[in-house]
Write a protein that binds this ligand. Structure first.
Ligand SMILES: Nc1nc2c(ncn2[C@@H]2O[C@H](COP(=O)(O)OP(=O)(O)OP(=O)(O)O)[C@@H](O)[C@H]2O)c(=O)[nH]1
Ligand SMILES: [Mg+2]
Length: 632
C-alpha cells in the first residue's frame, strides 16, 4: 500500500476530494463537519482501479493548524497537492509547498479542484510553476470537481501511475512509527496509529515508546480497519499496545526498535546553502514525523557577530525534548513569528556530536561538516568521532564501516595507525619516569591517549609486539631483558644493591640474603620486583632472592641426587637453610622443574630440567620445532 498526504490552502477542497476518491469521511470530528473546516488529520483509503491500495492523510489548510498539517506530512512519501480553480495560489498553498520542500518529498501530483466553478487553466499554470521549483519538481496536473465528479477517473489513473513510481522501502529497515493518534478501546486497551514509512511491524514484537523508551509489546495490528499479523512500510497502521496505559501515548512519540535509533537532544545539521546569510532566530520549532519540539540554534561558522546568529550552512541544534533520529534524516525548522524565515529544511549530519569545548571548535566543526556528503558516510563519522561502537554507528542509521579493531569498537583508520606510536611513547616515558614501577596500567594509558575504552589499549599493545609488552596486566616497553630492564636503566642505587646481592651469592649461591641485609641494601619489595623484572635477580618470594641463574643451577644440583629426594637432602645438596630451601623447592614445583610426591619427597622432571640446563635448546624448540630438530 501507499500513503499520500493532501496539501493546500484552506477551503480549496482537499477533504471533499478525499471523500470523492474513497467514499470515507476524513473530517472525523463533529466540530469539523459543522464548521466545514478541517482542524486535525483525517484518514481514508481506497483501492485504485489496478488493485493497489492507497491511504490518504488529509491535512487542515488553515494557517492556525499548520503544526497538525506537518504531523501528517512528516512521514509520508508522496503528496496530493490541491489548488482550487476559483481560488488560485494562496498563502497556505505556498506554506504547504515550502514544508513539502523542506521535508524533501519528491513524489506528488497536482489536483485543480472546484473546476466546475472556474477555468482551471490559470491556477494550473501558476501552481505548476511554483511546484517545479521544489523537491517535487515537475508533477502531473489533473482538473477535477468533487461535486460533478468530472476528472476523477483521470485523477485515479494519475494516482495509479504515481503509486507505481514510488520506491518500495526496505521491509527490514529500522522501525520508527510516529504516533499521530492515540485512543483506547474497551477490552483491547491502548491503540496508536501512524504512517509506517519503512520496516515491518509484527504482532508480538516489542518496541520502545520514545522519549521515555518505555517497552510496548504489540498485542494486535490493524491496517485500514482490517486485522493483520504484520505490516510493512509504507502503510497506515493501528497498533494495539500491551504494557502502556491509556492516555500515555501522544502525538509526536514514536514506536522504535531497540538499538536501531539514537535518542538525542543534540544534533548537527546542514541548512540549505541558498538560505545562507538569512538571519536565523536563536530558537525555532523543529518538526520531524509527527513530532515537534523547540530547538536552540547555534551556527557552526565563522565567529558570531553580536546579535542574532547568522545562518550558515552548518548548525548545532539543542532540542527541548529528545527525538529518535538517524544521520541523514530531514528535519523541518519553522518560526511562525519570523518575517524572513518561516520554514527551512535541514539534513541531520550527526546525532551524537562531540562537545565544542575548545576555542575555535565550532568553526572547525562547521568547516569539517560542510565538506560531508549527503547522506554522511561511516568513514566521515568515524573520522569525526575517532571511535564508535558498531552498535552506536548502526543506531545512527549508518551502514558499512570498517572491521572492528577491538571487540565491537570501530576506529578511524588514520587515527588508529597513529595511536600505535603514541602508545609506545607513553609506555616508554612511564618506564623512564618510574623504572621501579611494575609497568603502566592500561587504564592510565587509556586516559593518556584519550581513548574511550581499555580494550582499545590492549588491542593496540597486541599490534605493537616488539615495542610494547602487556604482561600480568601491565604495559612495559618490550625488548630483550638486558636492554629492557638493564642495570643501566635502573636507578644507580638499585643497580649497586643488586650488584652487592650478587656478590654475596657468588660463593654460596643458595644462601639468600636475609631480611636485615635486604633492608640495609634498600631492597624493598618494589625494588626487588623491578630488579626481577629486569632479569637481574630471581625473586623466589618477597623475602628470598637469588641470582638469576639459580633456577638452572638448582636443577643441575638436584639432578645429581638419587631420585626421589627429601627436603633435607635437597637442602644439604644446595648448601642452604630451610628458610631458603622450602620456598625454593616450592618455586621449582610451580615452575615444573620438580614434582612433589604424596610422601613429600620430590623428583626432577627431567625434560624441564634438561631444557633449563641447556637453555639454547629451549629457546629454539619453543619457537621453531622444525629448526630445533635440525639443530639437535
Ligand atoms: N463546487 C465545488 N465545491 C467544492 C468542490 N470541492 C470542494 N468544494 C466545496 O468547498 C468547500 C471546502 O471544501 P473542503 O473539502 O472542506 O476544503 P478543504 O481544503 O478540506 O478545507 P480545510 O480542510 O479546512 O483546509 C466545501 O464547501 C466543499 O463543498 C468542488 O470540486 N466543486
Ligand atoms: Mg479539509
Amino acid at each position: 500500500m501507499q500513503v499520500i498526504a493532501t496539501a493546500g490552502h484552506v477551503d480549496h477542497g482537499k477533504s471533499a476530494l478525499v471523500r470523492a476518491l474513497t467514499g470515507m469521511e476524513p473530517d472525523r470530528w463533529a466540530e469539523e463537519r459543522r464548521r466545514g473546516l478541517t482542524i486535525d488529520l483525517g484518514f481514508a483509503w481506497t483501492k485504485l482501479p489496478g488493485g493497489e491500495r492507497v491511504a490518504f492523510v488529509d491535512v487542515p489548510g488553515h494557517e492556525r493548524f499548520v503544526p497538525n498539517m506537518l504531523a501528517g506530512l512528516g512521514p509520508v512519501p508522496a503528496v496530493l497537492f490541491v489548488v482550487a480553480a476559483d481560488g488560485g495560489w494562496m498563502p497556505q498553498s505556498a506554506e504547504h509547498l515550502a514544508a513539502i520542500d523542506a521535508v524533501g518529498i519528491s513524489h506528488g501530483l497536482l489536483a485543480i479542484t472546484r473546476s466546475d466553478l472556474a477555468d482551471p487553466g490559470p491556477a494550473t499554470r501558476q501552481a505548476l510553476d511554483r511546484i517545479s521549483r521544489t523537491s517535487l519538481g515537475a508533477v502531473p496536473a489533473v482538473a477535477v470537481s468533487a461535486v460533478t465528479g468530472a476528472g476523477l477517473p483521470d485523477l485515479r489513473d494519475a494516482l495509479e501511475r504515481l503509486v507505481a513510481a514510488l520506491p518500495v522501502p526496505d521491509p527490514a529497515a529500522p522501525v520508527r512509527l510516529w504516533v499521530d493518534r492515540s485512543f483506547s478501546i474497551r477490552g483491547s486497551g491502548t491503540v496508536v496509529t501512524g504512517t509506517l514509512p519503512a520496516g515491518t511491524v509484527t504482532a508480538g514484537q516489542e518496541l520502545l515508546l520514545t522519549p521515555s523508551l518505555r517497552p510496548a509489546r504489540i498485542r494486535g495490528l490493524e491496517s485500514m480497519n482490517e486485522p493483520v499479523t504484520s505490516a510493512a512500510g509504507v502503510a497506515r497502521v493501528a497498533v494495539n499496545l500491551r504494557g502502556v496505559p491509556a492516555g500515555f501515548p501522544a502525538r509526536g512519540m514514536a514506536l522504535v526498535e531497540a538499538g536501531r535509533w539514537t535518542l538525542t537532544r543534540v544534533l548537527d545539521v546542514r541548512l540549505p546553502a541558498s538560505d545562507a546569510g538569512v538571519t536565523l532566530p536563536a530558537e525555532m520549532t523543529l518538526h520531524i514525523g509527527s513530532a515537534r519540539t523547540q530547538a536552540r540554534i547555534r551556527s557552526l561558522g565563522a565567529p558570531l557577530p553580536p546579535g542574532p546568529p547568522v545562518l550558515s550552512a552548518i548548525a548545532r541544534l539543542t532540542l527541548r525534548d529528545p527525538l529518535p533520529l538517524h544521520v541523514g534524516d530531514r528535519v523541518l525548522l519553522r518560526d511562525p513569528g519570523s518575517a524572513s524565515v518561516t520554514i527551512l529544511g535541514a539534513t541531520v549530519l550527526d546525532v551524537d556530536p562531540p562537545a565544542l569545548a575548545r576555542r575555535g571548535a565550532a568553526a572547525a566543526a562547521g568547516r569539517e561538516l560542510a565538506a560531508w556528503p549527503d547522506p554522511p558516510s561511516a568513514a566521515g563519522l568515524l573520522r569525526r568521532h575517532g571511535f564508535l561502537r558498531a552498535g552506536a554507528l548502526a543506531a545512527m542509521g549508518v551502514a558499512g564501516g570498517p572491521k572492528p579493531v577491538a571487540g565491537d569498537w570501530l576506529a578511524d583508520p588514520d587515527r588508529w595507525a597513529s595511536l600505535g606510536g603514541r602508545l609506545a611513547e607513553v609506555v616508554a616515558a612511564h618506564a623512564r619516569r618510574d623504572p621501579l614501577a611494575i609497568g603502566m596500567a592500561p587504564e592510565a594509558a587509556r586516559a593518556a591517549l584519550g581513548l574511550p575504552d581499555r580494550t582499545l589499549v590492549e588491542a593496540l599493545a597486541r599490534g605493537l609486539r616488539g615495542q610494547v609488552l602487556l604482561e600480568d596486566g601491565y604495559l612495559r616497553p618490550a625488548g630483550p631483558p638486558d636492554t629492557r630492564g638493564a642495570a643501566s636503566s635502573l636507578p644507580p642505587r638499585l643497580a649497586a644493591a643488586v650488584k652487592a646481592v650478587l656478590a654475596d651469592l657468588a660463593d654460596a649461591p643458595f644462601l639468600a640474603p636475609d631480611a636485615g641485609r635486604l633492608r640495609e641494601l634498600g631492597l624493598d619489595p618494589r625494588a626487588i620486583a623491578a630488579a626481577a623484572r629486569a632479569g637481574l635477580l630471581l625473586r623466589v618470594t618477597e623475602q628470598v632472592v637469588l641470582a638469576p641463574d639459580a633456577q638452572a643451577e638448582a636443577a643441575r644440583i638436584l639432578a645429581g641426587l638419587p631420585q626421589p629426594f627429601t627436603t633435607a637432602e635437597a637442602r644439604q645438596a644446595l648448601g642452604t637453610t630451610r628458610r631458603v630451601a622450602i620456598p625454593l623447592l616450592e618455586y621449582l614445583d610451580r615452575a615444573g622443574i620438580t614434582q612433589r610426591l604424596p610422601d613429600d619427597r620430590r623428583r626432577l622432571r627431567l625434560a624441564r630440567a634438561h631444557a633449563l640446563v641447556h637453555p639454547r635448546a629451549v629457546r629454539v624448540s619453543s619457537r621453531k620445532p622444525a629448526a630445533a630438530r635440525k639443530a639437535r
